[in-house]
Write a protein that binds this ligand. Sequence first.
Ligand code: NAP
Ligand code: GDD
Length: 376
Amino acid sequence: MAKTALITGVTGQDGSYLSEFLLAKGYEVHGIIRRSSVDYRERIAHLEGTPHFHLHYADMSDSMSLVKLVGKVMPDEIYNLAAQSHVQVSFDAPEFTADVDAVGVLRILEAVRTNHLEKTCKIYQASTSELYGKVEEVPQSETTPFHPYSPYAVAKLYGFWIIKEYREAYNMFCCSGILFNHESERRGETFVTRKITLAAARIAQGKQKCLYLGNLDSLRDWGYAKDYVECMWLILQHKTPEDFVIATGVQHSVREFATLAFHHAGIELRWEGEGINEKGIVASINPALAQAEGLKVGDVVVAVSPDFYRPTDVVNLLGDPSKAKRELGWNPQTTSFEQLVELMVAHDMKKVAADDAAAEIRKVNLAEYLEKGVDK
Ligand code: NAP
Ligand code: GDD
């Protein structure tokens, strides 16, 4: 019998890759979506209408919608990925973040219990390296003490502990994957990696002059999202319910990410100045890749803006994936940092060029419409 999975956060970066992964394994996949006035289903558009993929309206802030849906779908596995996942936004919307990222986890657990599925339904909770926050040791492992350092991390800490509590109190198979940053060509455009790869592509193609960033010294352990969703599944197939750190074990700064991304877009950067005055300056140009008219050596293409500084920033994340390697047989180095940056930039170079072509077509259509009065 095919297993049934319910994914919250199915429209997000991880939800889209996890859906593809589970469908390929023969699962019946159900996902939760919310109503929006604009189309936000780009990442799963290719799956919609396929036989084993089903979407349902519900919301992490609406208990009844979750109870009804869990009762209807009767999942064997729940992957709770839904969250207000942007750390900086959590400082502006802390209450909403707590409701979705903390109490939302409790609502899922209670929806399972209300439907008497606690003995049969396994639950994966999307936990995070942000729990280590103001880090107390480097690298961080399953035994490193937590020190959350944003409203997002504090909400996720509740999620981590309530999962552990239900595991111990009700003997439920529920676990947290403590995932370090993972990125992809589907990453939200306001997270630092995607913001950089899109800007590098736009600058190389003459569509943007300068990229403004916050803390360039921040260190992250960046992996590839497609590799990480496999681990979510492996955690639920493990013989016992346990929590796992998922990371590559390799660390780079935001500055290093930007340098490599611009390199793949045909622009070599040199850095000058410090702190708020630091700048990324064009040192040389590869004309086969960067064809922006007027772009020249000496131009400032990266600058620092205090708008992107956070009240408290997590600056030293490096994961120790030994347990996942040993007990799940997962390979943390499937995609290297260098490959990750290269694939993201290659994608965005094409995307920026295609967006431009689409805008050109719209302009021509508009001109024809205005001229001929024909609606295209
Ligand atoms: P993402 O792209 O921001 O996706 C978040 C998903 O949550 C979206 O599908 C979003 O739906 C949904 N969502 C938000 N609020 C909701 C609500 N009230 N009700 C129902 N759905 C709601 O995030 P991601 O990068 O895929 O991350 C997936 C999960 O892993 C998140 O919980 C995140 O906190 C956690 N995590 C991520 C990373 C990482 O580096 N990516 C690392 C550690 C942990 P809409 O499309 O409708 O907004
Ligand atoms: N977003 C953003 N924008 N971050 C910037 C910028 C900028 O312009 N400039 C510097 N940064 C720094 C941030 O201060 C942070 O230290 C680092 O880059 C990474 O920021 P994000 O890419 O926004 O990710 P994050 O680490 O805060 O959070 C992501 O990873 C967590 C796991 O550690 C999110 O995916 C979270 O949901 C996830 O839990």
